[in-house]
Design a protein around this ligand. Structure first.
Ligand code: AP5
Length: 190
């Protein structure tokens, strides 16, 4: 089973591409943002602390997001819901998260980085904001999310440079997907 991280700024298209990738490769999509929003919606004590941070565009504590991902992976291994592996979307957001994951969970096989300009992230998210129910899809929070991404992401890309595939993600959804498939093929043709 393979473990793949998908990184990139807010609105770069991580979720959009992950939906297409799992259909083709049979991976289980684990979105850190979706897990956290589900936790908030569940009304659990753990979820209650998350809402305020997320609505400001700030990171939640690593131990919370990592344990949610780990629990999801363990459940899938137990119930056999994936044979190919895991596509982990939106993790790591900073280098320490990556190091902690490989220490506590498993090694990562590939990291896909969807790279777009700040203006593209902003315009895509403002487009989504018109129809979104997400508490973090407003201009102030979008700018904060982009700012934090720009501070944290380079260190991840530099540290894992041997396993990172950078994909320019300004183009069409299908063209970007074709590039993602080129990156993934070697993992699944062994
Ligand atoms: P998360 O839910 O992961 O949000 P995000 O990273 O800000 O990314 P989005 O989901 O907004 O965008 P996306 O890149 O998936 O793009 P999408 O495909 O939707 O995280 C939310 C929050 O949770 C964080 O801010 C943080 O608080 C917390 N969190 C999450 N992970 C954490 C972690 N590891 N540690 C700590 N805290 C964490 O596309 C966006 C829009 O663009 C859509 O409308 C789509 O239709 C459109 N679009 C996509 N591709 C294209 C294209 N090629 N051309 C034109 N439009 C496109």
């Amino acid at each position: 089973m393979k473990t793949i991280w998908v990184i990139g700024g807010p609105g770069c298209g991580k979720g959009t591409q992950c939906s297409k990738i799992i259909d083709k490769y049979g991976l289980l999509h684990i979105s850190s943002g979706d897990l956290l929003r589900d936790e908030v919606a569940s009304g659990s004590p753990r979820g209650a602390s998350l809402q305020e941070l997320m609505s400001k565009g700030l990171f939640v504590p690593t131990d919370i997001v990592l344990s949610l991902i780990k629990e999801r992976m363990e459940k899938a291994k137990a119930d056999g819901s994936t044979k190919s592996g895991f596509l982990i979307d939106g993790y790591p957001r900073e280098l320490d998260q990556g190091i902690q994951f490989e220490k506590d969970v498993c090694p990562v096989d590939l990291i896909i980085f969807f790279d777009v300009a700040n203006e593209t992230m902003k315009s895509r998210l403002l487009g989504r904001a018109a129809v979104s129910q997400r508490a973090d899809d407003n201009e102030e929070t979008i700018l904060k999310r982009i700012e934090i991404f720009n501070v944290k992401n380079n260190e991840i890309v530099e540290h894992y440079k041997d396993r990172v595939v950078r994909i320019g993600a300004e183009g069409s959804i299908d063209d970007i997907f074709a590039e993602a498939c080129k990156a993934l093929e070697p993992l699944f043709s062994l």
